[in-house]
Write a protein that binds this ligand. Structure first.
Ligand code: SF4
Length: 368
């Protein structure tokens, strides 16, 4: 039987703030290259080919990071593999010396690895515990603006297209002192060169100001995700440690109101709730809070629960989604005073509990 091939080396490269390139956001042991020394295009289209061959031959156990990947070894995970059609398209493109480009491909570029918060489910929190330290390929820092621009120009010159470019990884993007310049650059370069349909950015929303909000609304294909998780100060302070509850809520509301005044069908605003131990019984409160506020402003909302996302109706702008997500499989976090690993099944079970609490699914829902 043909083995399944992880799509990481075809679809999910990550460029860290320091220029190191990884195959996916969970393999920080495997450095594919360094864009301060060579072009991303050369790393992605040439150097990564050897590793792709190993994946295709089923020799994942010989690849650093991949050999221990819970994604590969957890048989309950069924998504994230290359389809037969994608494999055929890749083989055809490489036999003709052409670039391959896949639906759903995402390039993550990290503006900053530093965060202003210390959320319980996040590496930033783990790092602050005694005995934990940054991995040898990582550290705290911001991307150099010139390096960021040269990466975008390299993508344009090499005709490398990603369906999504995500300005995010392990830190808060708005911690970058020149995030305004970064937003201007991606707006201008993407407009001219069509690098991507979607420019995604995740934020806790606290550092946004009016000027940055207006810059964000200039970004074509903006998909902004507000990591909120809680709508009560108590739960917010447990989950998003060091955060400013009031400010985060006010900034989300202000951003949505601004977006309403400059409607753009290509924009999406997601208010996200990662269902986890501290908020699993509050997903209903979260859902009702945002539903009621949006309705009071005459705004529609769409639901996004990973497997099921309502299609937007572009008559009703802005496109606001209430997004519910499980914890990322492989999260290492403190639970009941102890650091614990949360695998795929545990995260999914919790997720289902939360969705049931909110009345968004029924017990017999086969998807969960
Ligand atoms: S096998 Fe795991 S670590 Fe390797 S590329 Fe895929 S998701 Fe990343």
């Amino acid at each position: 039987m043909q083995h399944k091939v992880c799509s990481g080396l075809w679809k999910t490269p990550v460029v860290g703030y320091n220029g190191l390139v990884f195959p996916c956001c969970s393999n920080i042991d495997l450095v594919l290259g360094d864009i301060t020394k060579e072009k991303f295009s050369s790393i992605w289209l040439k150097k990564a080919e050897g590793l792709r061959k190993l994946h295709l031959e089923g020799k994942v156990d010989t690849i650093i990071g991949c050999k221990d990947c819970s994604f590969i070894h957890d048989k309950t995970i069924s998504t994230g593999y290359l389809t037969d059609e994608e494999l055929a398209a890749y083989h055809e493109a490489s036999s003709k010396g052409r670039n391959f480009s896949f639906n759903g491909a995402i390039l993550m570029i990290e503006p900053s690895s530093i965060c202003n918060l210390s959320c319980v489910m996040c590496l930033q929190n783990t790092l602050r515990k005694p005995g934990y330290q940054w991995h040898h390929t990582r550290g705290p820092g911001h991307i150099d603006v010139g390096l960021f621009a040269s990466l975008l120009y390299d993508l344009a010159e090499s005709n490398i297209f990603f369906e999504r470019i995500s300005l995010f990884w392990q830190g808060e993007p708005f911690m970058h002192p020149k995030i305004g310049t970064i937003l201007d650059l991606i707006t201008q370069i993407n407009k001219k060169n069509k690098l991507s349909y979607i420019i995604e950015i995740h934020t806790n929303g606290i550092l946004l100001n009016e000027d940055l909000m207006r810059k964000l609304l200039q970004v074509e294909g903006l998909n902004i995700i507000f990591s909120q998780d809680a709508v009560t100060p108590k739960t917010y302070s447990i989950l998003r440690q060091g955060g400013d509850f009031e400010k985060s809520i006010q900034n989300i509301k202000r951003f949505i109101s601004l977006a309403k005044s400059v409607p753009n069908p290509g924009h999406a605003i997601r208010i996200q709730c990662i269902v986890q131990f501290a908020n699993v019984n509050e997903t209903k409160v979260f859902y009702n809070y945002w539903k009621d506020w949006l309705t009071s402003k005459g705004l529609r909302y769409y639901l996004d629960m990973i497997e099921k996302s309502d299609p937007p109706n572009h008559q009703d702008l802005p496109n606001v989604y209430l997004q519910f997500k499980p914890l990322t499989s492989g999260t290492y976090m403190e639970i009941d005073g102890q650091m614990q690993f949360v695998g795929f099944e545990r995260a999914r079970k919790l997720f289902k509990e939360g969705l049931l609490d909110a009345g968004l699914i029924t017990e017999d829902d086969k998807r969960f």
